[in-house]
Design a protein around this ligand. Sequence first.
Ligand code: NDP
Length: 356
Amino acid sequence: MTNNDRVTGAAALLATYAAVFALYLVVPGRWVEGYVKDQSGRPLRYHLNGLAVFVLSVGAFAALAHAEIVSWNFFYVHRYETLATAFVIGVVFTLAIVLRQMPTGRGLFKDLYLGRLENPQRGRIDAKMFLYLIGAVMLELNLVSFAAHHVLTHDAPSPGVFLYTALFTFFLVEYLFFERVHLYTYDFVAERVGFKLGWGCLVFYPFFYCVGLWFAAEQPSPETPLPLLVLYAALFFLGWTFARGANLQKYAFKTAPDRKRFGPFEQRAIGGRVLASGFWGLSRHVNYLGEILMASALALALGYPASLWPWMYPLYYIVLLVPRQIADDARCKEKYGPIWDEYVAQVPRRIVPGLF
Ligand code: NDP
């Protein structure tokens, strides 16, 4: 690796992040009201253009690769420099967004990690929406490049790598398609912007989520039989049904609490405030189970079930979501009081229906 290579990788990452930011600023979108309210009680407004920015950014990379201006596996070849550059950007961003604000009283390290500002916005820029978007674009560029490297370096590429990349792309596109629904999630209600969210989206999300391909890009095809690949795809979509179904049901309820049904399910809410039917009657966080199933399906699709690397992604979800469920339950108990107790009595399972 020459100094030139290092500079090329660092410059490419900077140019990519700058281009996504510029597109985020100029690409038309729609203005919507969110769930979080400002100090005067008015819902915050968001300019949503994530899917268009994603398509333009990834399309621009594909056009450059097609024209042979960059190689399709560019972000694989330069993965260590791009990761290192993103790391620095993530740290600088964290320091810049945290240190300019008044302390919350929790101490400097907690403030740096968890952040001080709840929902930083300026004009059409919303820090959280932008961070999720830039993470999604960079992750897709990594996925495409890593998969391309596998294809370019193996005479018989693994169908599992294609499946993994296609399913992950679906995951990112559908997240951006439902961008508005995510305004109703924990990150917007309960998180501030610090290292966890800022560095998390600029570095961890785009570079760790594809950990399976960091490993599998160099491996030969494990020759996974087609029926198994079909099974893994089915597992992925089962997880997606739980995650997307629960999120959409909650969104439908919060935006129209009087509705009587959600698809095939009767809409029943304890005290008119806490859903206890449909997906929310299966377990208190069946959406987390959905996320873990999708991640497990992705790990399996790569065809190396005995290797730890692909499993690090679903394991990360378990480490993230089990404590998050505990924290969210504590928050909900405080907010909803006896209504929440009744919900816990009616739906005793935390994440896995019938088990946990
Ligand atoms: P939830 O969507 O479950 O949101 C929790 C909030 O929903 C609670 O704080 C409460 O807020 C409300 N709520 C909880 N139970 C009920 C109920 N029974 N009826 C009505 N409202 C209820 O969790 P998250 O925000 O953590 O996650 C959102 C999605 O994002 C999930 O699908 C999750 O799996 C996914 N996710 C994905 C990650 C990724 O990296 N891909 C990372 C983390 C999450 P309120 O006070 O408003 O009522």
